[in-house]
Design a protein around this ligand. Sequence first.
Ligand code: NAD
Length: 484
Amino acid sequence: MRELRNYIDGKFMNSERKFDVSNPVNGKPHAVACEADQATVDDAVAAANKALAGEWGQMSVAQRCEILCKVADKIEERFDDFLQAEVADTGKPHSLASHIDIPRGAANFRVFANSIGSFATECFEMDTPDGSGAINYSLRKPLGVIGVISPWNLPLLLMTWKVAPALACGNTVVVKPSEETPSTATLLAEVMDEVGMPAGVFNLVHGFGPDSAGEFLTKHKDISAITFTGETSTGKAIMRAASENVKPLSFELGGKNPGIVFEDANFDDAVEGIGRAIFANTGQVCLATERVYVERSIFDNFVHALKEKAESLELGWPDEERTNFGPLVSKAHQQKVLSYYRLAVSEGANVITGGGVPKFSDERDQGFYVEPTIWTGLSEEAKCVKEEIFGPVCHIAPFDTEQEVIKLANASEYGLASSVWTTNLARGHRVAKALESGTNWVNCWFLRDLRTPFGGTKMSGIGREGGVHSLNFYSEPVNICVKL
Ligand code: NAD
């Protein structure tokens, strides 16, 4: 079994305590990770602070960009290693990881290496009492050591989405990947080593959340900021921990995202797009659609077409080309999703398809699969319509008017993403504007320009990532006032 070590001050470090990492396809451990204790996290934070004052802190922006582009090149050079590791940790189809997770992992470094050079600051001329005047200009400085805490659903993609802009701005990082998916973070440490990243700039600590590396990091007084993607309830715990030392936070949290289909939508495009939004990555995407609202005149046809789509998903082995649906990430998550499948029935759902565990008659029966599932008939107050499930499941409800569906879609404590399907251009703009989500798609889903603001309203997050929004978080302006 592969051993996943911590990476501190440019060295791979072992630990006394270890934990198994399982392959969700068959439930078998495929790697063992070294759990970082408090002293190890202290060492990582100290190394990151030391590196700020060393070679890294003296580098020009151009030199930093050059090394970040080398990281991107190296990820691409080791594409197959990253692919195998991501698939072993998550069970996701090769086709998905090779088109989204790994290329985006490399792209994140290139995007921020290319954008930092044109990150502009402000300048104000002012009058002074003696008439000579003064100029104010601001400079952007790195914050210092950034604590990066990432989830398991898109492990490399979401971790590098934070590490790349943090390093582009001149910070150093201590990364704590999810305990379920620590492999690609370890490969990234190898890449940092291989491209000659100065020691202490990228540090990696493995472990869990409470009473483990996650909490040790978020409570640490010597880090400067925390960037976190994960569950809203974890965000609350991190916010409490970070309040002790008053640290800035960037939060990308949960969602219960609506998809709205109007009668005038291109029907086939809407079925295809909404189907992908529900079932891609087995529903384990923060932007996934779990609430679908369909105009009453096409409701029955839409439910029927989406059922066919769900039943046509291919639950093959990850490396088979036809496979487009994998297991959930862990036994615990499988149990959580199945508990919602049971709850929906007790809340009065019509189960249109799915609702159970698929049978394979091979070792996948020990894996963490659930069936793609569709419900209708639930009240808008049902827990299954209110709470984030993070599985391959949706509830479909009919609506009659535009005003009504906007109200239904917005009646959520979350506000991460939404999609609207219509051929009426004015309506598309109007409804997208009225929805209380950070990202609103019209006639598409998951189309991402990495320069655009990304994040959630309400309980779905704090702040925005992407383009200058990330650069704003990972740097702080200082004003310089020069009397003329
Ligand atoms: P999670 O909150 O359980 O764990 C995320 C990370 O936080 C892990 O590394 C975990 O070890 C760590 N952690 C847990 N408790 C902690 C604590 N008390 N202190 C410090 N660290 C702690 O989330 P998950 O289950 O890995 O991911 C799924 C969730 O992430 C879903 O809610 C999903 O919506 C959300 N998510 C949001 C986005 C977004 O961009 N908004 C993207 C992906 C996933």
